[in-house]
Design a binder for this molecule. Structure first.
Ligand code: ADP
Ligand code: ZN
Length: 745
């Protein structure tokens, strides 16, 4: 039998308790608290937040706190199902009604609503607007309407849904009920449409930053994409990801290549039946498939929080689409990668496509493509460019894109440019990029010979440089305005006035050194051997191995209950468990993402798994359980938090979203040495630090041997000398801390 839940006082304080009790989170993200205050104050509210920003909490928590039921309008069945499943897993009473729900079930949901048992009811706009349903709603006590994916109301947007425009009826028929509109689209037209069409009454508008600092942005030249992607996936075993391709054919071929390597991959495109697509999507949600290779038809309405990477096989058409697609990675806030392959050939085929597509929009679309191309070719912080596009400015470079991690070095490229420019002139401005490079490099292929380019003076003048280097330099010359492409003349390269000045020696040119992919992306792009070593090194912290165990346990439970694994716990929560190894109730409840309901349901099995693995790294964690009632007592603080100051906390947060020491130092305007000291303190105090980033298994083994040779607890100075200054003090100290943990000290 069901009982109507006791109403709580609608204050921010009770909202905080609800956040801890049901979601297992210690605090609101900055904007969430303000939004919830506005909603609790009965104001109409507009929330503009990027994907993964935490919009759901903004209306769900007030819904739980307030009396009555919150009616949520959501455009997609899959989305509703996901959200309701997640709510139920957290112990919140929620249901959805749409065309997939039987009449019998609808009746029972309706009576739960009337009894005041339900806190949230999700409906499709079609269902909501049907006359019978509106009448039914009039009999309920409604706390608020939440309009999810509110941009669907705007005909300017990409997801326009005509039914959404009818939602103005809600204000007419329920003038007293506040309306909350939420979307991840931030442009002004859409924002205006939302306010006007929903007839919002002096709404408070919350526009959060669209920055996603945990996404590592990488662009790589589009050479050997298939090989590179296979290698990438092999280096990220068990990490879910999406590869976006432009064509169905590419999509199928790529999936086959991955499968041939034993990777659990599937493809997804508009040419498949709804059934086929449904089952591929389901398998991906359940982690049965690791990789989906998809055309852009995939991803809308997918709430999977543990997508760890998104790869673009081709250049996307515009930055909006790109941003939306990479936004599907790392929704749980843990580090994630967005890798884009860029080749000029993509620009050409996209140009062709866009010109044919829709003549009235051609100019706009081509301009958007140009901005996308600029992003791909950029030599400065990519996140700055991205945020700039959305009207936001980032005060510092981000530290988490390929350019920030490996800033390009410049050199005097005048002579190099002159060779290329001279070749352009001598081929009478008829050669395209590929052909020009062949001429410069003295290739003897059909195209070169037929045109007689092997006879010109600059033939072979650039034979000392590989193809990719030339490719990069000619692009820089295009970007710098020395050359341009005559699209209508078979993409022939033409020289500009500026180009002539450089050719004639009237002006010099600084160029950015070309960095081959391996070097350009140190942290993730390593040789296969290094990758294997890294794998072997991971158990240094034992965290990765335990994480894997917990992940498998989560998968078993998810399969039993027929829900996606991330509904049980997110990756971030499992990572924290693996690092903290909580083996008591208090310690487990202190893990972010473990609420009361989840603790009741899964706490014991996860604690057992952790104990079987070796238990708490920190003896303090095994202390006897004090009985503690979470509903009355303040949320149990993680024992560690009070141990360090705010500055350490900040470093920890940046470390956890994947930033390197150098990047953190740059962001915080502190020295790398200071950040290293923070890391060391944090690690020593048992915070979740990814040790493998700073110390490999081999290194630890060598240091351990040295400690053994010196005997007892050697002085750091002696250890340093004994190892002939091979390891700095930072590594040595980390190794000592790690050894202590191994011994259970
Ligand atoms: P959106 O709907 O904006 O895309 P979600 O509501 O799905 O984002 O939230 C993204 C992730 O962040 C989810 O895993 C969610 O549980 C988590 N999250 C939301 N709010 C908080 C918070 N205050 N503390 C920790 N995690 C949070
Ligand atoms: Zn950057």
């Amino acid at each position: 039998m069901l009982f109507a839940p006791e109403p709580l006082a609608p204050t921010l304080d009770s909202a905080r308790r609800v956040l801890k009790q049901y979601y297992g989170y210690d605090s609101f993200r900055p904007m969430q608290a303000d939004i919830i205050e506005s909603i609790l104050g009965g104001r109409d509210t507009v929330v503009l937040m990027p994907t993964g920003g935490g919009k759901s909490v903004c209306f769900q928590v007030p819904a739980i706190v307030q009396e009555g039921v919150c009616v949520v309008v959501s455009p997609l069945i899959a989305l509703m199902k996901d959200q309701v499943e997640a709510l139920k897993a957290n112990g919140v009473s929620a249901e959805y009604i749409n065309s997939s729900v039987s009449q019998g079930e609808q009746n029972s949901i309706a009576s739960d609503c009337l009894n005041g048992y339900l806190k949230l009811l999700y409906v499709s706009p079609e269902k909501l607007l049907s006359e019978g349903f509106l009448q039914f709603l009039r009999r309920l006590r409604i706390s608020m309407f939440a309009i999810d994916e509110a941009h669907c109301i705007s005909s300017w947007g990409h997801d326009f849904r005509p039914e959404y425009t009818q939602l103005k009826l809600l204000r007419e028929q329920f003038p007293q009920v506040p309306i909350i509109a939420l979307t991840a689209t931030a442009d002004r037209l859409t924002q205006r449409d939302i306010q006007q069409q929903l007839r919002l009454n002096e709404p408070r508008v919350f526009l959060s930053s669209f920055d996603r600092p945990n996404l590592n942005l990488i662009v790589r030249p589009g050479q050997d994409r298939v090989g590179s992607i296979v290698e990438f996936v092999e280096r990220h075993p068990n990490e879910a990801g999406i590869v976006y391709c432009l064509s169905r054919k590419q999509c199928e071929t790529m999936a086959e290549k991955l499968k041939a390597k034993g990777i659990r991959a599937g493809h997804y495109h508009a040419g498949m039946t709804p059934n086929q697509r449904g089952s591929v999507q389901e398998a991906f949600l359940k982690d049965d498939l690791q990789v989906i290779v998809a055309t852009i038809a995939f991803g809308m309405g997918i709430d999977k929080s543990n997508v760890r990477w998104v790869i673009h096989y081709n250049l996307p058409k515009n930055i909006e689409g790109y941003y939306q697609e990479i936004g599907r990675a790392g929704r749980d806030g843990a580090p994630a990668t967005a890798l884009l392959f860029y080749s000029f050939a993509d620009v050409m085929s996209l140009r062709d496509m866009l010109t044919k597509d829709n003549p009235s929009l051609t100019q706009l679309n081509l301009t958007k493509l140009e901005r996308m191309q600029q992003f791909a070719e950029a030599a400065s912080c990519r996140r700055k460019i991205l945020l700039n596009y959305f009207g936001e400015t980032l005060p510092q470079d981000c530290g988490n894109c390929d350019i920030c991690r490996n800033p390009p070095t410049t050199f005097d490229g005048t002579l190099l440019a002159q060779k290329a420019l001279s070749a352009v002139v001598r081929t009478r401005e008829r050669a395209s990029i590929g052909l020009l490079i062949d001429v410069l490099r003295g290739m003897r292929n059909q195209a070169v010979l037929t045109a007689g380019y092997d006879q010109i003076k600059t033939y072979g003048a650039g034979a000392d440089l590989p193809y990719l280097d030339w490719y990069s330099y000619i692009h820089q010359m295009l970007n710098d305005g020395l050359l341009y492409i005559a699209y209508e003349e078979g993409y022939a390269l033409k020289i500009t006035d500026l180009g002539r000045e450089v050719l004639q020696g009237q002006r010099t040119l600084a160029m950015k050194k070309f960095q081959p992919a391996e070097k350009a992306e140190k942290p993730t792009r390593a040789s296969k051997k290094a990758a294997a070593a890294a794998q072997a090194a991971k158990p240094v912290d034992a965290t990765a191995a335990l994480f894997e165990k917990l992940r498998q346990l989560r998968k078993r439970i998810a399969d039993e209950q027929n829900v996606p694994p991330y509904v049980i716990f997110t990756d971030t929560t499992l990572q924290e468990m693996a690092a903290e190894r909580p083996v008591s109730r208090v310690a487990m409840l202190a893990i972010s993402g473990v609420g009361m309901k989840k603790f009741e349901n899964y706490g014991d099995v996860f604690i057992k798994e952790i104990l079987a693995y070796g238990g708490a790294p920190n003896p303090a964690d095994t202390e006897a359980d004090e009985p503690e009632d979470i509903e009355e007592a303040p949320a149990p603080k993680a024992p560690r938090k009070k141990d360090v100051g705010d500055t350490h906390e900040t470093t920890l947060q940046l470390h956890r979203v994947g930033l390197s020491v150098e990047a953190i130092a740059e962001r915080r305007n502190l020295s790398p040495g200071t950040i290293r000291a923070h890391i060391e303190t944090l690690y020593a105090k048992g915070f979740p630090i990814r040790l493998e980033e700073f110390l490999t298994m081999d290194e630890f083994a060598e240091i351990q041997t040295a400690i053994g040779q010196l005997g007892g607890s050697p002085l750091l100075r002696d250890l340093f000398d004994h190892l002939r200054e091979k390891y700095d003090y930072f590594k040595l100290r980390l190794a000592l801390h790690y050894q202590k943990k191994l011994r259970g000290e």
